[in-house]
Structure formats: C-alpha cells, structure tokens
Design a protein around this ligand. Structure first.
Ligand code: AMP
Ligand code: ZN
Length: 486
C-alpha cells in the first residue's frame, strides 16, 4: 500500500515502451485524435478508436488534469489509399451518388456524432473540420515548401529524405517502407507524399482552393499537423489514432512537424494507437458483408453501451474480435452490474446501513490500491472493471460509500451505471411489433393462471408470446423475464 496516487503510465508508440505521463503544461492534458473521414457511416471498429480516446480523456480528467481534447472531421483530402494513391474518398462518394460533397460530409458527420452520443463518448473541446483550415494548411505548406518539398504535375510533394529518421514511428526503414506504397510518377522516393494535390487540367473538383501551386486540395496528412498545432500548440501531449495510422499517416504528420519546427520534434510527446476490432472473417470493412454500425446493434436490440463495455473488457492495445455472442455476453455483464447497483440503491432508500469511517476508509483504499493503478497502468480497463464488480459485490454495508465510489468509477468508464435500468438493457429488435406493455400484461395473466393451477391457459399465453417472437425466461438467474428473439 502506498499513500501517493499511482503515476499515469502510457504506452508510447514512439519508443514502444511505457512512459510516465508528464504534461507539457503543468496540470493540463492536450490530446488530439484523428477523426473520421465522413464519406460513409463509421463502423463499430472505427468507433473503438473513439471509445479508446474517450477513455484516455476520462482517465486524464480522473487524474486531475484539465483536459483539452480535439477530434477532427476529415471532409477533404483522404484518398482511397492512405499512401496518396487513388481518389479523394469524398469526391468519389459524391460522384457515385450524384450528390454534393458538402451534403455527404454533413450527413455522415451527423451520423458519426449520433454514434458518439450513443456510446457515451464525451464531447471534445473542439471538433475541428478540415475544410475550415485550408488557408492555414496553405500557410504551413508555404513555410516548408522550399526546404522540404518539390513540385510535380500532380501537386506539391514532401521529400521524406529531408527530415531525420523518416518513418521511425512505423519501425520500417524507408527502403522497406517503399514496397508498401504505390509509386506516383516522378516522385523522388516511394514514401514521399502529397502536401497539395492539383486539380488535373480540364477537370474541376467540388472541393478546390487556389494555392501557390495551382487550384487543388490539400493532402490528408497536412490537416492533422495544422489543426493540432492551431488548437493545442506545439508540442502538445498526446496524439491518438488506430494502429493503421502508425504506419503512414502519423509518420507523415511527424515528418511535416519536423520540417515546420526545423527540429526533431514529432509534435506530440506521446503517440498512442488502439488495436483493431476484427471480424472472424477478417478485417472490418465498410463495404463488404453485413455493415457493422452502431445503429445495426441498436436495430438488433442491443443497448449501445454493451458495445462500449465490450471494448473496455479488452485492453486497447489488443486486437478484439467482434461476435454477436460476445456482445450478448457484454450486455449480460452490464445488466448484472446495473442490477447489483440498483439493489444497493433500493437498500439505501429503505434506510439500510451506513457505516463508520473505518470501513469507508478501507473502501477508498480499494479504489486507490486497485482501480486507479489499473487505469494508470496504460488504461487497463479489463482490470478496472473487475475491481468495480468486486466493489459492487461487497454486499450490504457501507452502501452510500460504495455508491459514491461507483459513481466516480463510472465517470471514467462511461457506462451510465447509475442511470441505466434493467428494462433499458432488454434485447429489443427494431423489427418486433409487440409492445413491452403487451408483453408484461400477458405475462401477468400467465402468472395468475399458473397461481390458479390453470396450466392450459398458462401454456396458451406462453405460446402466444412465442408466436410474437417473445422468449419467456422462467427462473432466469439474471432476472430476464423475457426477451425478444431476432
Ligand atoms: P477513418 O474514418 O477510416 O479515418 O478511421 C477512423 C479511425 O478508426 C482511425 O483512427 C482508424 O485508425 C480507426 N480504425 C479503422 N478501422 C478500425 C478497426 N477495425 N478497429 C479499430 N479502429 C479502427
Ligand atoms: Zn490525422
């Protein structure tokens, strides 16, 4: 046991090791998370990245830092291939659907925000929209153009050999890295990337701006360097993204930051990456198979916070395999927690036990000695959840203190444990037409029939419910009286 709070240690992808978090500005934590490219709905794998960033932010707040979190919205520049090949994802979607890019961007940004809300991800201090920063991107590009860039017919390219240790975040030498990147004609090195993409002669793009290199649009990597510096300063504390960004996008941001600052500074002290959510069939995709969106989980009757718990049950640096059974298990676990907490609150309402200081102190210790160190150990949420369950299971006294601590823990986990009810967590597919009132009324009649030993009526009522897609769950240990099948 120690009296001092555990120091926060985070895995820094730059050094591939755990490092103690020491903020750039004392008492503050400034975090930038690469946001979604809004050409389509985000899948639940994308949302894992934001549950992770949110858990990081909540942990920093829990540790007492004044948090400034920025998540950007990429509405320009992200090509169909991360390494500057292919078309702009938004231009492509707009052409395919004969819609305006601005409408597409607005629609999918709102869809993303709906998922953010459903998963109880806290609003960041800023949602930075890439197209709002194009003049700043042009300024940035002008500042580095002479020493670090060269012009081709296609646009302004960054020469990755002009900065020290290009690509060290990805741990590949430039030669090795070259094999993974499609060559663009005239590029000096395969890893070089576009800072500005000129609109080809004779074409117009829906999104284009004038620049010293002709009319066109910025490269995707440029936006994050510009927006993070504009909103968080240079350097700031933590930059996050999915593990795929460790390979190309973030090394390119770092190269730009080095060029701009005329130093080796990467721009952020910590670069943190969440591992992927995968499907059994392979990599998650927005384009193949059943499109796993948060809305699909909701339509199938799962409360979205069951998915949040599913994410938190795994460490963010581990790959997580999605399955419906796994989601069902997370839902049951969440329900068990909510019911146990409800039981404590009911007992408290009935005037049940409060305790003396000694036991309260013991519980506070439990938090300090287990919960906080788990979080401080590179956000070990699987262990933190277990500590919470142990706490809730401590039984009768001291209920008020337990509940207070649960509230504090939930501020970090974001599972709404004190506002969710058992009924909220019922599986209720959108396609079901029977209402909860109808189900409850039929079940009440069935209960009466059984009490009167009228088993024929009881069976008929049960069959009626089965026909309406309701599974009656007599004696279920978790107290599910019924559930709606798919
Ligand atoms: P995008 O909209 O494609 O730029 O992706 C948004 C975020 O989701 C980025 O941080 C990606 O690295 C991350 N991401 C993409 N696919 C997955 C996945 N299957 N699991 C976890 N994170 C992902
Ligand atoms: Zn980014």
């Amino acid at each position: 046991m120690t009296d001092a709070p555990a120091p926060l240690r985070l895995f820094n992808s730059l050094t591939r090791s755990l490092e103690e978090f020491v903020p750039v500005h004392p008492g503050e934590a400034r975090v930038y998370s690469c946001g979604p490219t809004v050409y389509n709905y985000p899948h639940i794998g994308n949302m894992r990245a934001y549950v992770f960033a949110d858990t990081l932010g909540r942990t920093l707040s829990f540790k007492g830092y004044k948090l400034t979190h920025v998540i950007n919205i990429t509405d320009v520049g992200h090509l169909t291939d991360d390494a500057d090949a292919g078309e702009d994802k938004l231009e492509k979607a707009a052409a395919e659907r004969a819609q305006s890019i601005w409408d597409i961007a607005r629609h999918y940004t709102e869809a993303y925000w709906a998922d953010v809300k459903a998963l109880n991800i806290r609003q960041p201090a800023h949602w930075s929209i890439a197209t709002d920063y194009v003049p700043a991107m042009i300024d940035f590009a002008q500042a580095i153009a002479d020493r670090h860039c060269y012009e081709l017919d296609g646009g302004l390219y960054f020469d990755t050999t002009t900065v020290a240790h290009y690509g060290s975040l990805a741990r590949v030498g430039t030669d090795e890295g070259e094999s993974r990147i499609d060559p663009v004609e005239g590029k000096r090195h395969a890893a070089d990337f576009a800072i500005w993409r000129k609109t080809p002669a004779g074409e117009t793009r829906q999104m284009e701006w004038d620049s010293p290199w002709g009319r066109g649009a910025p490269g995707w990597h440029l936006e994050c360097s510009v927006m993070s510096e504009a909103l968080l300063g240079f350097p700031f504390d933590i930059h996050t993204g999915g593990i795929d960004h460790r390979e190309i996008h973030h090394p390119n941001e770092i190269a730009q930051n080095q060029a701009r600052s005329c130093s080796d500074a990467s721009g952020a002290r910590f670069w943190m990456h969440n591992n992927f959510l995968v499907e059994r069939s392979g990599k998650m995709s927005k384009s193949s198979g059943e499109f796993l969106r948060v809305q699909l989980l909701i339509d199938k009757g799962y409360h979205p916070l069951a998915y949040r718990l599913m994410c938190l049950q795994a460490h963010y640096r581990s790959e997580l395999e999605f399955s419906w059974e796994g989601l069902g298990a997370a839902l049951t676990r969440l329900k068990r927690l909510v019911m146990a907490i409800q039981k404590l609150r009911d007992a408290l309402d009935r005037g049940a036990t409060r305790i003396g200081n000694k036991k309260a102190e013991h519980l506070t210790r439990l938090v300090l000695d287990q919960f906080e160190p788990a979080l401080c150990d590179d956000l070990n949420t699987p262990v933190a959840i277990k500590v919470l369950e142990d706490l809730v299971g401590l039984g009768s006294a001291p209920i008020d203190v337990i509940l207070e601590i649960v509230e504090g823990m939930d501020r970090v986990l974001g599972l709404s444990l004190l506002s969710l009810t058992r009924a909220d967590l019922r599986i209720r597919p959108k396609a079901a037409t029977i209402t909860e009132e109808e189900i409850e009324a039929t079940l009440a009649r069935r209960k009466e029939a059984r009490a009167a030993k009228d088993f024929a009526t009881s069976d008929t009522l049960r069959d009626e419910l089965i026909a309406a897609g309701v599974e009656v769950m007599d004696g279920d240990p978790l107290g599910w009286d019924w559930r709606l099948g798919e």
